[in-house]
Ligand binder design. Structure first.
Ligand code: ADP
Length: 322
């Protein structure tokens, strides 16, 4: 607006100067006639011409002024409109990030408060009981220990997410077969407890550029979920193959499955699908898949899921070839 006003003032000044020149310099036989040669009629005619010129000058001035005013008004309105839209577009990702951050903080506080509140109330009730037996006190300690375990798991998850946001990976050529073997061996006790068979079909010569510990962590999360959300005596399979540009790893189970409406949200932090199975029987905080996705993203890959209720789920990791 300042630039536009500056130019408008200059245009106005220049125009006025040119008009002045035009009016004053206009050669006119009548206007230049010596006074003694002027009859009464010529003098009247001369006055009329002068009046006419003055009027035209004023009209031109008003036209220039109104045109400049209109131009500035359009620039103000158009510029304002454009600025508003650009500002909104610029601020939108910041607003979204802010919203995600506040939701995350609210969810984290809620999840932290629940076990703390449970421990507090149980301890208060126990302390108020004058006939508290040793057995009851031990039960209370056991329950508190369980809640503390949950708190530890939650804080580890939160810490891991924060680390992934701030740290760089130390990538090198690694054998995917070894990473998968390591992940399977970590989940095996849980699978055996549910009589679930984990079959692995990952060629040992498949190599990717990555951080071994982090990639193993993401596979453990997927395998752990596959076991957690599958009924007993089913099978979980981990396999991998090469394509032209990628190495693709899939973890497939024949478990509860995820509703199509919930599928887009499962990678959100603290999101837990609304199946009775996931909320009541399988403990967790909805951080696992967010961590796994972060890890895969940091490797320049992608993590996706396909699932059908009652049929099972398949999680696919695509990593760039080494
Ligand atoms: P958590 O398992 O701790 O709840 P995750 O982030 O690992 O958190 O998973 C988010 C949600 O996605 C889970 O609560 C569960 O509802 C759903 N989910 C993940 N993996 C599977 C799976 N293999 N089968 C069915 N549901 C799954």
């Amino acid at each position: 607006m300042a630039i536009s006003l500056f130019f408008s003032a200059n245009v106005y000044q220049l125009s006025m100067q040119e008009f002045d020149k035009g009016v004053n310099l206009a050669p006119d036989v009548i206007m230049q006639m010596p006074d003694y040669a002027q009859s009464g009629m010529i003098s009247t005619f001369r006055n009329q011409i002068q009046d006419e010129r003055k009027q035209r000058y004023n009209e031109a001035r008003a036209r220039v002024l109104s045109r400049l005013f209109m131009v500035n008004l359009v620039i103000l309105a158009g510029g304002g409109f454009l600025c508003y839209h650009l500002a909104r577009r610029t601020l939108q990702p910041i607003e979204e990030a802010h919203e995600v951050q506040s939701r995350f903080t609210a969810d984290a506080s809620h999840e932290l408060r629940t076990p703390i509140a449970a421990m507090q109330s149980e301890t208060e009730v126990a302390l108020m009981n004058p006939k508290l037996t040793l057995e009851k006190a031990k039960d209370l300690l056991r329950s508190n220990l369980e809640e503390l375990g949950k708190l530890t798991k939650l804080s580890e998850g939160l810490l891991r997410l924060a680390q992934l946001e701030n740290n760089d990976l130390h990538r090198q050529q690694i054998s995917l077969g070894r990473v998968a073997q390591d992940a399977v061996s970590r989940v095996l006790p849980l699978a055996e407890a549910k009589n679930i068979l984990i079959s692995s079909d990952v060629p040992s010569n498949l190599r990717v550029m990555g951080e071994e510990v982090s990639l193993a962590e993401s596979l453990i999360i997927l395998l752990d979920n596959a076991v957690k959300y599958s009924p007993e005596k089913t099978e979980v399979n981990i396999s991998a193959h090469k394509t032209q540009k990628h190495v693709v790893v899939t973890v497939q189970d024949h478990g509860a499955g995820i509703k199509a409406t919930e599928l887009p949200h499962i990678f959100d932090r603290f999101y837990r699908a609304d199946t009775a199975r996931s909320k009541q029987h399988a403990n967790g905080y909805g951080l696992g898949l967010a961590i796994a996705k972060n890890i895969v993203d940091m490797h320049g890959g992608s993590l996706s899921a396909q699932s059908r209720i009652g049929v099972g789920s398949t999680f696919t990791i695509q990593l760039p070839k080494a």
